[in-house]
Design a protein around this ligand. Structure first.
Ligand SMILES: [Zn+2]
Length: 247
């Protein structure tokens, strides 16, 4: 999970949300509760937000990734427009732009109708996840902080420590180890450069190795928070950065 910034609310929402909410509230009053509205009628009343302008603004804000697990949903399914506070419990927020998140089917399904009002979880638009999560090997954990309980709940509710995420993290970990070794080798070669020409070439090689590993931490890359955590804790990477700054 990485920090996300909301895109401006699509005009389509601004122009229509009051009307849609009015109709939904009338149905709730008519049937007695949101849950009692017949399914077919309910779908007709709420489906307005499933719109391309809404979907694309959300996907843009999350760099094409699931806001929770950072997978790329288009690779294995579709994006779903997730209500942070479930519409079944908070129908007034059905068309509320700040209540929307782009999520993969797995996270959305896992979160289901968890009541985030009663038991909050981390919303990456509002809280920077880098201060509340860390990784131990391929396992995501909650940092000891006032938000620990919220972070632990997020891991549980979204299923962030399940095999579907351990597998890709393990694969990336192998790549990160390979790139780290390339950096270590480049550092060693630079140390042994006995002519200016060799030094220049080896600095270049080291810079390329560092740039290669850094591409994995770009917000556009899947599971970038995992890669960022790895690099922040990589001695070889910090040593290489220091050497390049002082070369
Ligand atoms: Zn997800």
């Amino acid at each position: 999970m990485i920090k996300l910034n909301r895109e401006p609310e699509p005009q389509y929402m601004i122009d229509n949300k009051a009307t849609w909410l009015g109709a939904l509230k009338a149905a709730i009053a008519n049937y007695g509760s949101y849950k009692k509205i017949p399914e077919k009628e309910k779908q007709k009343l709420i489906s307005h937000y499933r719109n391309d302008s809404v979907r694309s603004a959300l996907i843009k804000s999350s760099f094409g990734k699931c806001a929770f697990c950072e997978c790329i949903p288009s690779e294995g399914g579709n994006f779903e427009i997730e209500h942070f506070k479930p519409k079944s419990i908070y129908p007034d927020l059905t068309f509320d732009w700040v209540n929307f998140l782009p999520a993969c089917r797995k996270c959305n399904g896992s979160k289901d109708s968890h009541d985030t009002g009663a038991e909050p979880i981390i919303n990456p638009y509002d809280i920077d996840p880098k201060y509340v999560f860390y990784f131990e090997d391929i396992v995501i954990k909650a940092v000891e902080s006032p938000l620990k309980e919220t972070a632990d709940k997020t891991i549980e509710v979204c299923g962030l420590n399940t095999v579907r995420l351990w597998k890709p993290r393990a694969e990336i970990l192998v790549s990160l180890r390979i790139f780290s070794r390339a950096i270590e080798e480049a550092i060693e070669e630079l140390k042994n450069a006995d002519t200016e020409r060799k030094k220049v070439n080896r600095v270049k090689k080291l810079r390329e190795a560092v740039e290669t590993i850094e591409t994995l931490t770009s917000s556009r890359e899947k599971y970038s928070s995992f890669c960022r955590h790895f690099l922040e804790n990589s001695e070889a990477y910090h040593k290489a950065k220091w050497l390049l700054e002082n070369a």
